[in-house]
Design a protein around this ligand. Structure first.
Ligand code: BTN
Length: 278
C-alpha cells in the first residue's frame, strides 16, 4: 500500500492503539473512506475499531448527498468503524459525539476557537472547516455498526477552495497561516473520540451534551432549518437528551428537529460566538 509521505500509520497507530482503536489503515487516493470502510467490513476484512485514513478522495461524500471536496495531500479524510451498542433513538449522538471530539482536538492542537454548528459542522469564525458523516446499520434494538466519517480542512489555502464555497469555508491553515501535521490532528481526533465514548459510558449522555452545548455556535441564535421540503424558523433554544435541536417557534411552541441544514439568520451569522444565550 503506497503511503502519503506526511500521513503515516506508523506515526498514528502506536499512539492510539488499545481497547478502543484496533487498527489504522492509511491509503493514497480512494473513492471515499466511508465507502472503503463499509466494503472492507462487508468483506470481513476489517474489525470494529478500525480507522481508514486517505490522502485524498475522488468521491468524498457529504451530508444530504453532497460532495465533499477532497484534494490530496492537504486535509484529513478519516472513517472510523465502531460498534456503538446504542439504541436507535440515540443515533444522533453518533454525530454529536464526534463533532464535539473534533472541535476539542482542533482547540487542543491549534488553539483555534473551533465551534460546532448543529448537527455536524465544525466552524471557526463562522466558516466551515470540517464535517461529520455518520452512516450506520441498525436493528430494532441496537445500532449494530456505525461508520463515523470525518473531514477536516487542514492545510488548504483560501484560494484552493472552489469558488462557490470560498466565502463560507476555511481551513486550520487559512486561519493561522501555519501548516499542521495531519498525523497529529488524526491522533488528537482519535484520542478525543475515545475519551468522549469513555465519558458517555461512565457518566451518561448529560455530561457529553453539556460539553457539546458549551462549544455550540447554534444555541441561542435565530435560525432557519431546511428539513426536507420544509423550512422551520425560530430560535435554537436547546439540545435535548437525544441530541435533537429544540426550536422555539414564533407561535411560542417548540419543535424538535432530528436532521436538517441550519442557517444562522443574517444579523448573527458573522458573529461566530460560542454558547450564545446559554
Ligand atoms: C458534511 O457534509 O459536512 C460531512 C462531510 C464528511 C466528509 C468526510 S471525509 C471522510 C469521510 N469520507 C467521506 O466520503 N465523507 C466523510
Amino acid at each position: 500500500m503506497r503511503q502519503p509521505k506526511d500521513l503515516s500509520r506508523e506515526r498514528i497507530f502506536p499512539t492510539v492503539r488499545g481497547e478502543f482503536w484496533k487498527e489504522v489503515l492509511v491509503y493514497g487516493e480512494v473513492s471515499s473512506t466511508n465507502e472503503i470502510a463499509s466494503s472492507l467490513y462487508s468483506a470481513g476484512r476489517i474489525e470494529t475499531g478500525t480507522v481508514i485514513i486517505a490522502d485524498g478522495q475522488e468521491k468524498g461524500r457529504g451530508r444530504m448527498g453532497r460532495r465533499w471536496h477532497s484534494p490530496h495531500g492537504l486535509n484529513l479524510y478519516m472513517s472510523a468503524l465502531i460498534r456503538p451498542g446504542m439504541r436507535p433513538a440515540d443515533a444522533t449522538l453518533l454525530t454529536i459525539l464526534p463533532a464535539l471530539s473534533c472541535a476539542m482536538a482542533i482547540r487542543k492542537t491549534t488553539g483555534l476557537d473551533a465551534c460546532i454548528k448543529w448537527p455536524n459542522d465544525l466552524t471557526i469564525s463562522g466558516r466551515k472547516t470540517g464535517g461529520i458523516l455518520t452512516e450506520m446499520k441498525s436493528g430494532p434494538e441496537k445500532i449494530e455498526i456505525a461508520i463515523i466519517g470525518i473531514g477536516i480542512n487542514i492545510n488548504m489555502k483560501r484560494e484552493e477552495f472552489p469558488i462557490e464555497i470560498r466565502e463560507i469555508a476555511t481551513s486550520l491553515s487559512a486561519e493561522t497561516g501555519r501548516e499542521y501535521s495531519r498525523n497529529d490532528i488524526a491522533v488528537a481526533v482519535l484520542v478525543e473520540i475515545e475519551s468522549s465514548f469513555d465519558l458517555l459510558k461512565r457518566e451518561g449522555k448529560a455530561k457529553l451534551l453539556r460539553e457539546w452545548k458549551a462549544l455550540s455556535s447554534t444555541l441561542g441564535k435565530d435560525v432557519s432549518i431546511a428539513c426536507g421540503k420544509e423550512v422551520v424558523f425560530g430560535r435554537a433554544e436547546d439540545l435535548d437528551e437525544n441530541g435533537m435541536l429544540v426550536i422555539r417557534l414564533a407561535s411560542g411552541g417548540t419543535r424538535r428537529i432530528s436532521a436538517g441544514d441550519v442557517e444562522l439568520l443574517p444579523s448573527q451569522a458573522a458573529t461566530g460566538q460560542i454558547g450564545g444565550g446559554l
